[in-house]
Design a protein around this ligand. Structure first.
Ligand SMILES: Nc1nc2c(c(=O)[nH]1)N[C@H]1C(S)=C(S)[C@@H](COP(=O)(O)OP(=O)(O)OC[C@H]3O[C@@H](n4cnc5c(=O)[nH]c(N)nc54)[C@H](O)[C@@H]3O)O[C@H]1N2
Ligand SMILES: Nc1nc2c(c(=O)[nH]1)N[C@H]1C(S)=C(S)[C@@H](COP(=O)(O)OP(=O)(O)OC[C@H]3O[C@@H](n4cnc5c(=O)[nH]c(N)nc54)[C@H](O)[C@@H]3O)O[C@H]1N2
Ligand SMILES: [Mo]
Length: 656
């Protein structure tokens, strides 16, 4: 028996991107552990990361290409799959042009290599590709106006903080390595404050939980800033030397009196006053989450929080930061970037509103390629999504499993697991590291990797310039700018990991904005038709749908991926007062309806919820109750981010 330890990485779309050690015995992976030598992973990962090898060997894993005939799928050979796809692409391009091909290349896998699909379709002349975001777009746009880029302090820098404010993020569940640092900081005496409408596990373990009304964080941040300014607590030096437009911000923010802020946010005046004092007593690290930007005013909410961090001088300092994401994509310049010049016919569709795009596209969409995503569960307004797909004559989905999306395809292609290929993994959400993932085992059943699939298809389509290079060479070229800048060799990264980032974001006070300062006033925002200064915008409610549905991420699953195999049923959490008003008891069945659709669900009481907020977890597959039959494709004020949590519903009891 030969036992090998292979250094690989979790490839799931997550803050942490854990470095993993796969134990391989006689050509089979038998276990996965967090990598002890990795500075962020520190020897532990979550249950989902550990399951990476179980997913690879799962009995339901797809191993052969499948073709739909009637309502059923049948196995076909790779050659048959290739020739049908080749023929469809050729006739589509000849008759309608390449823009009548739609590519949905999602975020279900965080490696560089699997950008091959985007590269191929650029070489093909450019197709319809997405813009906007289901995930973190509003916050990224906001931080780009304020700082010029989205960067955070190093993950363990919060050990230097006097207070850590976790604002609309649930790291105990979604970002476990940040959470372990927070726990450590707490033991050392750092105060932990969580601002969240839900009593999450993170909120439960904090020194202070502030239950803000959903979507009102902008007002809260402005109210705290106003109190800081009124008390003379603002950081005069930082404001004078490193910011632009403070006076404009100040005159607007001062209209947020304690009483007005309290009324909007539901937080008492004393708490707001104390928060101002907390922000004055530096350093304060603010961890801004993605939950709080899934709103119509999501971008402005983040801008208001950035402004608070700036007014209090918590930017560019140890233990501080307006820590949202940590984008390192700009350092990666792969063959994919070069391929963009070939994509002359590239057209953009809004990722939240695919049905509208398909319904109106001219030329009409003829072919659709979906990979690394399960939009039939995760996109908003999935009823409309399903309807619109009926109009697309030919659909190819690449996935490891028969998802709700794959079920709607004409051809389903299997793909490799991260354990079956070499790759470089990164996340841009939090971890500053690029992790090398070595190939642990050969692909099962001769599955053709996406990378090699597109090399072969490029040959069949006679694309002469398409880079016919090895995976290793592709990765080497991708990180060449990083290697050149940091004077390292690809082999240094191949040893395990590399962080190209500074420990303290913006420590040199040279921001990436046009003025090189922190911009309270952003001309770029103004050019984009937005208020140049961060603003609180209020969402009007529709009285027909009195309850706001929040659908956060759960511990059990990464989106739909693990729920796919769980027997759990969807549950709607509401408080006892609503239960009484609607004459419901625990486990009653209700019809939850929105202007987009309806879902039958069981209810359970949760008295930590207020009287107009209800909660369900996202990620359940269609037959178990996908929340996204209720959500709509409306997008936020900036970044074209789906407003998943601006979902207003009604509840009616189902009499059995
Ligand atoms: N276990 C697990 N981990 C994951 C994921 C997963 O599916 N499962 N998904 C990964 C991905 S892709 C992402 S984007 C991240 C998301 O990570 P997070 O941002 O931590 O998670 P969310 O569930 O989007 O929302 C975080 C919190 O925002 C709160 N919230 C909602 N509305 C408001 C509001 O108006 N104001 C405030 N202050 N808070 C609000 C919610 O109650 C929730 O507790 O997690 C990543 N990690
Ligand atoms: N209501 C509501 N909806 C939400 C959210 C919410 O908070 N509320 N959160 C949103 C967020 S933050 C996000 S990021 C999205 C996530 O949306 P998705 O990324 O669509 O969600 P996943 O369920 O993770 O689907 C990823 C798919 O990729 C497949 N996959 C994994 N590895 C590979 C690979 O190597 N190649 C290929 N081809 N496929 C692979 C997986 O098997 C899985 O089916 O959902 C969004 N939807
Ligand atoms: Mo996400």
């Amino acid at each position: 028996m030969t036992i090998k330890k292979i250094k690989t990485s979790c490839s799931m779309d997550c803050f942490d991107a854990c470095s993993l050690i796969a134990t391989v015995s006689d050509g089979k992976v038998i276990s996965i552990e967090g990598d002890k030598s990795h500075p962020l992973t520190k020897g532990f990962c979550c249950h989902k990361g550990k399951k990476t090898f179980e997913r690879m060997y799962h009995s339901e894993r797809l191993k052969k290409p499948l073709r739909k005939m009637g309502d059923r799928f049948f196995e076909i050979t790779w050659d048959e799959a290739f020739s049908e796809i080749e023929e469809k692409l050729k006739t589509t391009i000849n008759e309608y042009g390449s823009e009548s091909i739609l590519l949905y290349s999602g975020y279900g896998y965080s490696g560089i290599l699997k950008n091959a699909d985007r590269m191929f379709f650029n070489y093909l002349g450019g197709v319809s590709v997405h813009k906007g975001s289901l995930c973190m777009g509003a916050g990224v746009a906001a931080q780009t106006y304020d700082f010029g880029e989205t960067l955070s302090n190093a993950p363990d820098d919060c050990l230097n903080s006097k207070t850590i404010v976790i604002w609309g993020r649930n790291p105990a569940i979604t970002n476990i390595h940040l959470y372990s640092n927070i726990k450590k900081a707490s033991k050392n005496g750092t105060k932990i404050v969580t601002i969240d409408p839900l009593k999450t596990m993170t909120a439960n373990k904090s020194d202070l939980h502030i239950r803000v009304k959903p979507g009102t964080d902008g007002a809260l941040a402005l109210g705290i800033s106003a109190e800081l300014i009124r008390s003379g607590f603002e950081d005069v030096n930082f404001l004078k030397n490193h910011t632009k437009g403070y006076e404009e911000f100040k005159s607007y923010t001062l209209s947020f009196s304690l009483s007005k802020t309290s009324e909007i946010t539901g937080i008492d005046e004393n708490t707001i006053k104390n928060l101002a004092k907390t922000y004055f007593e530096k350093p304060v690290a603010t961890y801004i989450g993605f939950g709080m930007q899934r709103y119509e005013n999501g971008g402005n909410n983040v801008r208001c929080i950035d402004a608070l961090a700036a007014v209090s001088g918590n930017i560019g300092i140890k233990g501080g930061g307006a820590n949202y994401g940590h984008i390192i994509d700009q350092l990666i310049d792969c063959e994919y970037t070069k391929s963009k010049i070939y994509g002359v016919n590239t057209k953009y569709y809004n990722i939240s509103r695919i049905p509208d795009f398909i319904n109106d596209a001219k030329p009409a969409i003829q072919c659709m390629f979906i990979s690394k995503a399960n939009p039939m569960v995760q996109n908003p307004d999935i009823n409309a999504f399903r309807q619109s797909l009926k109009k697309v004559p030919f659909k190819v989905v690449t996935d490891m499993f028969m998802t709700d999306t794959a079920k709607l395809a004409d051809i389903v292609l299997p793909c490799t697991s991260v354990l079956e290929e070499e790759d470089l993994i990164y996340s841009s959400m939090f971890t500053p590291y690029l992790n090398h993932a070595a190939k642990a085992v050969e692909p099962m059943d001769d599955i053709i990797s996406e990378y090699n699939f597109y090399i072969k298809l490029a040959k069949m389509m006679n694309i002469k310039d398409y880079p016919n290079i090895s995976e290793t060479e592709f990765l080497k070229r991708a990180v060449k700018p990083v290697c050149d800048y940091h004077r390292i060799d690809f082999e240094d990264i191949r040893d395990g990991y590399f962080s190209p980032s500074d420990d303290i974001a913006w420590e040199n006070m040279s921001f990436a904005t046009p003025s090189k300062k922190f911009e309270f006033y952003s001309e770029k925002a103004e050019e984009d038709g937005l208020n140049p200064v961060a603003k609180y915008i209020k969402k009007q409610k529709d009285s027909k749908y009195p309850y706001r549905l929040i659908t956060p991420h759960s511990k059990k699953s990464l989106h739909s991926q693990h729920y796919h195999f769980l027997e759990d049923h969807q549950i709607l959490f509401i408080n006892s007062k609503i239960m009484e008003t609607l004459k419901l008891s625990e486990d009653s069945k209700v019809l939850l309806s929105s202007k987009k659709g309806a879902l039958k669900v069981m209810v359970k009481p949760d008295n930590n919820l207020d009287d107009d907020t209800i909660m369900m977890y996202q990620g359940f597959r269609n037959e178990k109750g996908s929340v996204n039959v209720l959500t709509s494709g409306e997008t936020s004020d900036m970044g074209e981010q789906t407003c998943f949590y601006d979902c207003f519903c009604n509840i009616s009891k189902i009499e059995i």
